[in-house]
Structures are given as C-alpha cells and as structure tokens.
Design a protein around this ligand. Structure first.
Ligand SMILES: [Zn+2]
Length: 265
C-alpha cells in the first residue's frame, strides 16, 4: 500500500503564508520571512504596476525574490459579480502584466474579496489558473480537496492560538499536514502588529520536520506525486516529473523517487 502523505525530504508537515494586494508593506513582511527562512505567496493586482518607471518595476520585482508571485485580478473587483467575459479579461490581463515583469508563467491566484462561485471557478480554469485561495478559514490543517477552492487554515490574527496544536505530535501522526496562514501586510499597522507577525513566523520556523513552501510549491509537489507510475506489486516506481517525490509504503517505509528516475525495491 502506497500513501502520498510525505513531503520533500520525507517531512510530514507544511507551512505556507499567503498575502494579498501587493502592498509596499510586503517588503517588511518578506524581511521577516527571509530572516526565519519561511516562504510566502503574494497575490498581486496588475493595477499596482500601472505608471511605474523601469526602476520602480525592477525594485518591485526584486522585492518578491525567493517567494511566489500570483494573480489577484487586474483591478480587484468581485469575481462572483462579474460577467464571465469580464472575469476573463481581469484574469488574463493580470497574468499578462505579472508574467511580463517576472518572466515566468503565473498561474496561481487568490480570490479578491474572497468572492467566488462555481461559474467563477470554471472561468478561472479556462484562463489557465490552477489554484485559487478563498478567505474561508477552516481552523484545521488539511490539504485542499480542490485547488481552485483552497481554504486557508486561518487569518494571521487567529494564528498564534492554533500553533501549539499544529506543533504537537509532529512525529507520530499523519494528520494536520498543512498550516496555511493568510492576510494582508497592510493590516499590520502598529509595532505590536508586526511583533505578533514575527512571533507567528518565529514559532513555526527552523523546524526540520516542516517543509516551508509557497502555494505553488505545494501544488507542483502534490501534482507530481500523482504522476508517479507504480508497478502492480509496488516494487518499481517511475517518476516522470522534474521534482523529487516521496511516498510512504505499508505505513513504515519512506521512499524517495528522484526526478526522472526509476526506483526498484
Ligand atoms: Zn485583495
């Protein structure tokens, strides 16, 4: 029996941070993330880049180095109140601007104002978006059942009280895999707010049992795991992807199948 619940390095837990709107305060938040070695995803409205000089654009690009940049629509409307054709423009134009600046495919997203419905989900999928975060806190540590309806654990204001539960039993239970914290850096207004944020990051950081990942890292890893080709008797494993993946066999053995290779037991 093979189970997927193992993450890079054979780890059992994941922590990710997700921040919306592309505020200039993202720079200070990223300083904290970098100080503690955690990863964030930053969901940005293309309108933030209107009228910027080459120098400003280059500074904007540098701000997010080492983290993920993701879509948040061009103008930050309410997707569930838009005709699909308008949402298509809002999404692809955001992608066009961000991809032009960052020089890579940008296919993740978070819902502006948390607004979505079934029609929004299918429209985004048609625009090439592969995941999108909602604002519905689960207060659990579950992996997403549907990447285009990716519910976070909680807003950062509610994170501190959930940390002890997450850090319990890091070794002996295959549960509580993902702590997903979201917010806006522009909500961090006072020095006390920033202290709270640093305490959240510090409490979760530097733990060798936790994988610190962007939203897209998680999507890519989970997607790669499901592309593993496994022989009937579960002794041959071919990994056709460019990402090393890990699985668990018979609840005891952790197996690593390197990118592009076949593992033979
Ligand atoms: Zn927003």
């Amino acid at each position: 029996m093979i189970e997927y619940h193992v993450y890079p390095g054979g780890k059992k837990r994941i922590v990710t941070f997700s921040y919306d709107d592309g505020s200039s305060k993202d720079a200070r938040l990223i300083e904290i993330f970098d100080k503690y070695g955690v990863k964030g995803t930053f969901h940005i409205n293309g309108k933030k880049l209107f009228g910027k000089s080459e120098e400003e654009l280059s500074a904007f690009r540098d701000r997010y180095k080492g983290h993920e940049v993701s879509c948040h629509t061009l103008l930050h409307g309410w997707p569930s109140r838009m005709p699909p054709a308008s949402l298509v423009q809002e999404t692809v134009e955001d992608r066009r601007i961000l991809e032009g600046l960052f020089g890579m495919p940008i296919i993740g997203m978070s819902y502006p104002s948390g607004s979505y419905n079934e029609e929004v989900i299918s429209t985004l999928a048609a625009c090439g978006i592969v995941y999108s975060r909602t604002t519905k806190s689960t207060e659990t540590f579950a992996l997403p059942e549907c990447f285009l309806e990716w519910h976070p654990t909680c807003h950062h204001n509610d994170a501190l009280s959930l940390i002890p539960e997450f850090l319990q039993n890091l070794d002996n239970q295959w549960r509580n895999p993902l702590f997903y914290i979201w917010g806006h850096s522009h909500e961090l207004k006072t020095e006390e707010d920033w202290q709270m944020m640093e305490e959240i990051v510090c409490s979760l950081a530097n733990n060798d049992k936790i994988w610190y990942a962007t939203n897209m890292d998680i999507y890519n890893y989970m997607t790669a795991q499901r592309q593993l080709q496994i022989s009937y008797d579960e002794t041959l494993f071919y990994n056709p992807t460019a990402i090393d993946v890990w699985v668990e066999k018979n609840k005891t053995d952790i197996l690593c199948i390197p990118a592009g290779q076949t593992l033979s037991l």
